[in-house]
Design a protein around this ligand. Structure first.
Ligand SMILES: [Cu+2]
Length: 482
């Protein structure tokens, strides 16, 4: 490689390091895995890698040559630009478990998935491979208090659900003659196939009581494919997903995509609206396989498919704490969070759209250096945050609507238990913020207000007084562009 004049972190510099280099430096208490940490140590790194007297990387064969060292120096003297990765076409690789889209399945594949679901549903309620047991991990069944496992609005949200889907897929494969089955995903840009409303996918009857509101034989329910498609459209879910895929830091991606996830749950119908019962609805599994696929899709775009490259997407070095013991632990008996990152190493991959749209990545920062030039965009969107909502006071998943002169201009949902005070995960974070992006034209001069609606057991939304949800505030910001 010739020396690069204008290298960036995302395109060049982070790829100068391999897992073993990071392992080695970690053992000496040094962390060069994120943009911030490497930037802060760049002069030191330059000096220990510079030929001919380098001490790093350890194997002599991988020592940096003059050009590489010069590239690194150029990065320092240019002020450490972060940049964006070069877009790459996604690949499916050659994993053993290829998860397909619902619309790609052949008749035989649908039959096999049907068999696996029916086989799991026939097992006893206490069989660890049975549908009831595995669905019950997500929340509620009459467990001892403080035994909720599912992770939402925490660092482990994606990792926990990836491990959970694997456990479900393993149980599908444990059904006789289903050893090669894979869990398909529901690509939200496609309408659900009609067989989703046939046995055994239409509904699942609880084999045991999970809660006084969900007695034995309670039947789960989702809306029709047409209704769901309409709900997704009015909640703007596909737009939010598209936006999430352009985010170039993990924190930004994570916030945006989980927001889309939270709005998509109630859009699917009464059972999926509540974490208490959501995973008993057979649609849950295809729905969540797609969220996992979208995370993997982003990992591919960011070239962040391994633990170390994944860390390079963190905006803040401290984000990585959840990868290190004991914070990497996920219950019950799931693999640790760090092991979930490399999906290919777990033998899984997803089929992808044939011609992926080129994606323009965007970085966003909380502030810009006053010394740099910036401007407000011509037809800007306003960032509006409804802040400090005491969600523990709200009995279940809720929707916040933003109104200008009485007309709704944006909405977002928050997915949570109907008894957040009994959920140890919810208790960890009592106050939450919800962010909206609204064209400024709709807000200027208008009376702006927020309303909360909480979903009842039937998935119907009823208004909940804002004054009962703590003292939330509304904050508005005008994004500046560099
Ligand atoms: Cu979910």
């Amino acid at each position: 490689m010739a020396a690069v004049k204008n290298p960036t972190y995302m395109r060049h510099i982070r790829h100068f390091f391999e897992a073993e280099d990071h392992d080695c430096m970690f053992s000496r208490g040094k962390d060069y895995t994120t943009y911030d940490s490497l930037k802060n140590s760049s002069v030191e790194v330059y000096s220990i890698t510079r030929p001919p007297n380098a001490t790093m990387p350890k194997p002599a064969a991988r020592r940096w040559d003059e050009d590489k060292s010069q590239t690194f120096l150029n990065w320092i003297t240019n002020g450490h630009p972060r940049g964006e990765p070069k877009p790459k076409k996604p690949s499916t690789g050659s994993a053993a478990r290829v998860r397909k889209s619902l619309s790609e399945l052949s008749d035989d594949e649908i039959k096999l998935i049907t068999k696996a679901f029916e086989g799991m549903m026939k097992l006893d309620a206490d069989d660890p491979n049975g549908y009831f047991s595995i669905a019950g991990i997500h929340w509620f069944p009459n467990r001892a208090p403080n035994e909720a496992f599912c992770q939402h609005h925490t660092d482990h949200y994606h990792m926990w659900h990836r491990a959970y889907l694997l456990q479900f897929e393993d149980a599908m494969r444990a059904v006789p003659d289903c050893e090669n089955v894979t869990l398909p995903y529901w690509d939200f840009s496609e309408k659900l196939p009609s067989w989703i409303n046939k046995k055994p996918f239409k509904t699942y009857k609880l084999q045991e009581e999970v809660h006084r509101d969900y007695p034995k034989n309670h039947a789960t329910k989702h809306s029709t494919p047409t209704q769901i498609a309409a709900n997704f459209k009015s909640a703007g879910i596909l737009d939010t997903i598209e936006d999430a895929l352009t985010k170039s830091s993990w924190e930004d991606f994570n916030d945006t995509i989980e927001g889309a996830h939270d709005s998509a749950h109630p859009a699917c119908g009464e059972s999926l609206a509540h974490p208490d019962i959501a995973s008993f609805d057979p649609l849950f599994w295809f729905f969540h396989a797609n969220w996992d696929r979208l995370w993997w899709r982003w990992q591919q775009i960011m070239q962040a498919k391994t633990l170390w490259t994944f860390r390079s997407t963190f905006a803040e070095s401290s984000t990585g704490a959840f990868f290190t013991a004991p914070l990497n632990r996920m219950r019950p008996n799931f693999m640790t969070a760090d092991r979930t990152i490399d999906l290919n190493a777990l033998g899984v991959t997803y089929t992808q759209p044939i011609a992926p749209e080129p994606i323009v990545l965007a970085s966003s920062f909380g502030s810009l250096l006053a010394a740099s030039n910036f401007k407000a965009a011509k037809s800007p969107t306003m960032s509006v945050r409804v802040r400090d909502i005491n969600r523990l006071a709200i009995p279940g998943s809720f929707r916040i609507e933003l109104l200008a002169d009485g007309k709704q201009v944006a909405e977002r949902c928050f997915f949570q238990s109907t008894e957040p005070n009994n959920c140890p995960t919810c208790l960890k974070k009592a106050h939450v913020n919800l962010d909206f992006k609204v064209p400024i034209k709709k807000l200027l001069g208008a009376k702006i207000e927020a309303k909360i609606y909480v979903f009842d057991r039937k998935g119907k939304a009823r208004q909940f007084p804002l004054s009962s949800a703590g003292s939330p505030t509304i904050n508005a910001r005008l994004p500046l562009e560099k």
